[in-house]
Design a protein around this ligand. Structure first.
Ligand SMILES: C[S@@+](CC[C@H](N)C(=O)[O-])C[C@H]1O[C@@H](n2cnc3c(N)ncnc32)[C@H](O)[C@@H]1O
Length: 213
């Protein structure tokens, strides 16, 4: 019943420079609406220092955060080299090179762990439903969080009332590939994570997952 469907769940393609540019253009155009729920939570948490963004795409969100707070330093991990090319161009255009730096890598890869150090905030938007092994990814991400730091994951939520809409476009496929809160709870329980919150975000097919170390 309402099973997660991942096969071909995205029309979005993050490889190929043209696809990356198309994604970047759409992300910038819709940035206010796209990141509103995340930025609201970020403002409430009010975390200073070093940030790690995971699956940073074309750098739209990193630039929005860095533009508003020049004391924040963001390392942006992204698996697609084409997204990084476009992201670097964008960060340069915004003159934020001293605040945002990209690293090419897969968050599920243990080898990354040696390189990165610890962060006050590790965060990710609209990437969780793409991770092949979310349990492994979240386990890795917790390694990057300082002892008093936070992991904040913002993603779509598989809600039944959108699930059954016959529309086959990428957005609805992404909804069908996303997680229900009980599935996230199961992952966190397997990882023995004790302190967390999963909060609905208006218009209720998105969620903020806040994990304290
Ligand atoms: C839907 S896009 C979201 C981009 C950006 N965070 C945003 O909110 O606009 C998902 C991004 O996650 C990246 N990604 C997927 N799996 C990843 C992984 N295992 N490690 C690093 N990045 C990953 C993809 O290449 C893509 O750029």
């Amino acid at each position: 019943m309402l099973k997660r469907i991942v096969e071909n769940h995205q029309d979005e393609n993050f490889t190929g420079i043209e696809n990356a540019r198309k994604y970047a253009e759409e992300a910038e155009k819709s940035s206010k609406m796209r990141f509103r729920g995340f930025l609201k939570k970020l403002a409430i948490l009010s975390i200073k220092g070093k940030y790690l963004e995971v699956g940073a795409g074309s750098g739209t969100l990193a630039a929005m955060i860095a533009e508003h707070n020049k004391n924040i330093n963001i390392t942006a991990i992204e698996i697609s080299p084409d997204m990084i090319t476009v992201g670097n161009e964008y960060i340069k255009k915004k003159k934020l090179e001293s605040h945002v730096g990209f690293i090419n890598g897969n968050i599920e890869d243990d080898k990354l762990l040696d390189k990165l150090g610890k962060f006050d905030l590790v965060y990710s938007t609209f990437s969780l439903h793409h991770w092949e092994n979310p349990e492994k990814a979240i386990k890795n991400l917790m390694e990057y969080v300082k002892d008093d730091g936070i992991l904040l994951i913002y993603d779509l939520k598989r809600v039944w009332w959108l699930y059954w809409i016959p529309n086959q476009n990428g957005f609805f496929k992404s909804i069908r590939a996303s997680y229900k809160p009980y599935e996230i709870k199961k992952i966190l329980s397997n990882l023995c994570v004790k302190k967390y919150e999963i909060k609905n975000v208006f218009p209720f097919f998105m969620q903020n997952i806040i994990i304290w170390k």
